[in-house]
Design a protein around this ligand. Structure first.
Ligand SMILES: [Zn+2]
Length: 108
């Protein structure tokens, strides 16, 4: 359990950061939706921005999900094991992508 304490902290701060990012994206979406521009060209740009924001929101949300899953896996002592082949995931890989649950072979 203590073995991954450092990574756990890293995941927690990453989660905070991702949540903050997600809140900001949600606010931006609300903001652009709340004030439609009278200019139709502007509106098209705003709609495009909304699409981008929603895509970013989707990425942040799935990242958040992966982070939460990783934290649960640490609690349950399953962290660091590939969910596909059950081999240990390399420390370098966990360092680079702490919320991954696939080893490098299965990720490809
Ligand atoms: Zn694997």
């Amino acid at each position: 359990m203590k073995k991954y304490e450092r990574i756990r902290r890293k995941l927690l701060s990453k989660r905070e950061e991702t949540e903050g990012r997600l809140n900001k994206i949600d606010q931006d979406i609300l903001h652009t939706n709340g004030a439609p521009s009278p200019d139709s060209g502007e509106q098209a740009i705003e709609r495009e921005n909304d699409d981008v924001l929603e895509a970013l929101g989707g990425i942040a949300r799935s990242e958040l999900e992966q982070i939460n899953t990783a934290l649960v896996r640490i609690e349950q002592n399953e962290y660091g094991i590939c969910t596909v082949c059950k081999n240990p995931i390399s420390a370098e890989r966990l360092e680079a992508i702490p919320y991954t649950d696939h080893c490098i072979d299965c990720a490809e």
